[in-house]
Design a binder for this molecule. Structure first.
Ligand SMILES: C[S@@+](CC[C@H](N)C(=O)[O-])C[C@H]1O[C@@H](n2cnc3c(N)ncnc32)[C@H](O)[C@@H]1O
Length: 314
């Protein structure tokens, strides 16, 4: 019997890296991003969708592309946005789809899954009434190709909604926030009385073997950030009408990244329930500030997330 070959990620093309990384990440993905299927995430998903799709439009067949563990699709279904519809999910990572199916079943939903590449979707033309996506086109070598594929599989009159994609300027600001929060956390927990709050590998960065090779792919899988007008242009080129991109999350996003950076560097359980509730309440308060005040006066390119809407002409 031959010994198992060490994983050589250097030899993988970018799509094999996406699949390997997300297969590996699938089991911890929801913890990392605080994903759940309760009112908090149901409201979050529904609010993203309702920013561009008014209530009243109904759908028979729904597809999520780059669906991951089902965060967007399952929470939107639980919010009642897809009542009575067939639910489909596709992703390049089989591991993610396994968790997606499990999540759907646990919430009384049936989701048909199909492993495949967003740039060459494994579905026939004119199949779906709505095709959605969340936080996935920034992983694709040619995002415009996926937008064209989403157009192809939509029936005439159907709509596309892609949310949770990072803007170019928003992402640059977020990088500064992440670095500063990490440095601040490490400085504060350098005090002997607070050192127990640090996760061990936040100090050493040490893991080993295949695990380390897969974890290191995290720095290779995020390929793009976007200017809102470029995403509108992609949808125009694909043939969509009624195209619009709205952006959201400014101060709420800064607080969110700071909290996630600290949570990622802290020892498991060290921060506790009060921290989690405080972080969530801060996020909600800053979201209200962003939406009610800052959205009117700050240029849309500075907000972190964008949402694309388009309709396939009849
Ligand atoms: C950041 S996760 C987002 C998952 C989910 N939509 C969510 O919001 O939680 C990105 C997802 O894109 C998928 N992905 C990356 N490249 C892909 C490709 N070429 N085709 C389809 N899915 C892809 C990954 O496997 C992963 O599940």
């Amino acid at each position: 019997m031959s010994a198992a070959q060490p994983l050589d990620t250097e030899q993988m093309d970018i799509k094999a890296k996406q699949a390997a990384y997300h297969d590996w990440e699938a089991q911890n993905y929801e913890t990392k991003f605080s994903i759940s299927y309760d009112q908090r995430c149901i409201d979050y998903a529904r609010d993203r969708f309702r920013k561009v799709v008014p209530e009243g439009e109904t759908f028979d067949r729904v597809l999520e592309v780059g669906a991951g563990t089902g965060f967007f699709l399952v929470n939107l279904a639980l919010a009642g946005c897809f009542d009575g519809a067939e639910l489909h999910a596709s992703d390049i990572s089989e591991g993610m789809l396994t968790v997606c199916k499990r999540n759907a079943e646990e919430h009384g939903l049936e989701v048909s899954t199909e492993q495949g590449d967003a740039e060459a979707l494994p579905y026939d033309d004119d199949t779906f009434d709505v095709v959605i996506g969340h936080a996935f086109i920034h992983h694709l070598p040619v995002p415009g190709k996926a937008v064209q594929e989403m157009y192809r599989v939509l029936r005439p009159g159907g709509i596309v909604v892609i949310a949770g994609e990072p803007t170019e300027l928003g992402d640059r600001i977020a990088t500064v926030v992440k670095r500063s929060s990490y440095k601040a956390f490490m400085a504060v927990t350098a005090l002997p009385s607070l050192r127990r709050f640090r996760k061990v590998d936040a100090e050493t960065g040490e893991t080993g073997g295949e695990e380390a090779a897969l974890a290191a792919l995290e720095h290779e899988v995020d390929l793009h950030t976007f200017r809102p007008q470029d995403v509108e242009h992609m949808a125009d080129i694909a043939g969509f009408t009624d195209v619009r991109v709205v952006t959201e999350e400014l101060t709420a996003n800064w607080a969110g990244w700071a909290a996630r950076t600290i949570e990622g560097s802290a020892a498991p359980g060290a921060l506790g329930y009060r921290w989690a509730m405080g972080a969530f309440r801060t996020y909600l308060a800053l979201t209200a500030l962003d939406e009610n005040v800052l959205q009117r006066i700050v240029p849309r390119g500075l907000f972190y997330n964008l949402i694309l809407f388009g309709r396939k002409p009849v």
